[in-house]
Design a protein around this ligand. Structure first.
Ligand SMILES: *Cc1c(COP(=O)(O)O)cnc(C)c1O
Length: 411
């Protein structure tokens, strides 16, 4: 077998032996630090996707690496058959960070969402008194909550859903941000409304001001749980600890993931108050790896970084600069931009180029980003980025668009 050395070598190998469930940019990362990654040929790139916000603190943040290393030398997995000394402190401080009583630890984001759905159904039967098997959960059009069979059952993205049936029943879909539609959909059997406070995969879609507070009021009035999936929007990304916090809204249940693992290990969690969480009793839900000491140590270190407020402040502080520079591209190949904190959805003029082509152009200029749904690209750089590095990100897009316009004679 020939030795692997170039990007092309590794890509050819992956293509042969790794399932084709993604279509990555042709960059093979071997090393990473802070906002920068290096490929196997020694090229450096600024990572403006940050693992879909799993790397909010950058690659290998020293505090997080230290927490992981120290824990590797102590204990890594106990299973929940026994207690471990990392779980309690992690859950206490995470619960405090998000303003809830209790935390249920899992691993992937999809598992956290599944947990929240089970929690809501059980609460519906045992507390609200919904008749057996009748619980309904209201979800939003164009949602993204993960990849399990139940979760894709209520996706309306054909790519994510098609040919995975039969689908799990019990979900009612309404247009995102439409309070009247939600109110009309609520029945006596409604246990919960599940939503992303900002729809990330859909291209950073931000609901109208007043929607989240209105939904909060509606859920309280109708005795329905409000479940906020903050897996991508939460943990500093939008300039507040949770995206719901931007309008001072408190959901009943939060799902957290991605950045909770600090880019080191899969850590997810559901946070809720006792009256909801205590419907879960021993044996009714679990995970072999959920709450393991290594995950709890890293998650706890993440919570400590967020407790300082430093990363939230950074996202808030850089938001106007980010928005201003991106808005300057409107009419230059960009149709619309949506920005909250250090998170941006950018609609590229589809006549000029696709989102994927734009990302390839940016990669050639040393910036990694990700397209989503045709002509939209998403930027979510690590919150540790400097103002100058942020300018590099926008400049790489500006240059990519300028080249495409010149090639089309629009320059
Ligand atoms: C990524 C994501 C998930 C799923 O997380 P996984 O760790 O990939 O299972 C769920 N909800 C939202 C909003 C996400 O962005």
């Amino acid at each position: 077998m020939t030795e692997l050395s170039t990007n092309a070598d590794y890509i050819a190998l992956e293509d042969e032996v790794a399932a084709h469930n993604y279509s990555p940019l042709p960059v093979v990362v071997s090393d990473a630090e802070g906002v920068w990654v290096t490929d196997v040929e020694g090229n450096r790139y600024l990572d403006a996707l940050a693992g879909y916000s799993a790397l909010n603190f950058g690659h290998r943040h020293p505090d997080l690496v230290q927490a992981a290393k120290e824990q590797l030398d102590r204990a890594t997995l106990t299973s929940r058959a026994f207690h471990n000394d990392m779980l309690g402190p992690f859950c206490r401080d995470l619960a405090q960070l998000v303003g809830k009583d209790m935390v249920l630890p899992m691993n992937s984001g999809a598992e956290a969402v599944e947990t929240a759905l089970k929690l809501a159904r059980k609460w519906g039967y045992q507390v609200k008194g919904i008749p057996a098997e009748q619980a309904e959960i209201i979800v939003m059009e164009n949602n993204f909550h993960g990849r399990t069979t139940t979760i894709v059952s209520f996706s309306n993205d054909p790519e994510a859903r098609d040919d995975y049936g039969p689908y799990t029943p019990g979900f009612v879909t309404v247009p995102y941000g439409d309070l009247a539609a939600i109110e009309a959909a609520i029945t006596d059997n409604t246990a919960a409304v599940l939503l992303e406070p900002i729809q990330g995969e859909m291209g950073v879609q931000i609901p109208k001001e007043g929607f989240l507070p209105g939904l909060r009021e509606l859920c309280t009035a109708k005795n329905v749980l409000m479940i906020a999936d903050e897996i991508q929007s939460g943990l500093g990304r939008t300039g507040t600890t949770l995206a719901c916090g931007y309008e001072g809204v408190e959901a009943d249940v939060y799902t957290l993931g991605k950045a909770l693992g600090g880019g080191i290990i899969a850590v997810s969690a559901v946070a809720a108050n006792k009256d909801v969480m205590e419907v879960i009793t021993p044996g009714t839900h679990g995970s072999t790896f959920g709450g393991n000491p290594l995950a709890a140590a890293v998650g706890h270190a993440v919570v400590k970084l967020l407790a300082t407020g430093e990363f939230q402040d950074k996202a808030k502080e850089l938001e106007p600069r980010f928005r201003e520079r991106l808005e300057a591209l409107i009419g230059q190949g960009v149709d619309e931009v949506r920005v909250r904190g250090l998170w941006a959805g950018i609609d590229i003029d589809p006549d000029l180029m696709t989102g994927k082509e734009a990302c390839k152009g940016m990669a050639k200029r040393g910036v990694l980003a990700k397209d989503t749904h045709g002509s939209t690209i998403r930027l979510a750089p690590p919150l540790s980025i400097t103002a100058e590095e942020l300018d590099l990100v926008v400049q790489s897009l500006a240059d990519t668009l300028a080249d495409a316009r010149a090639a089309k004679g629009q320059g």
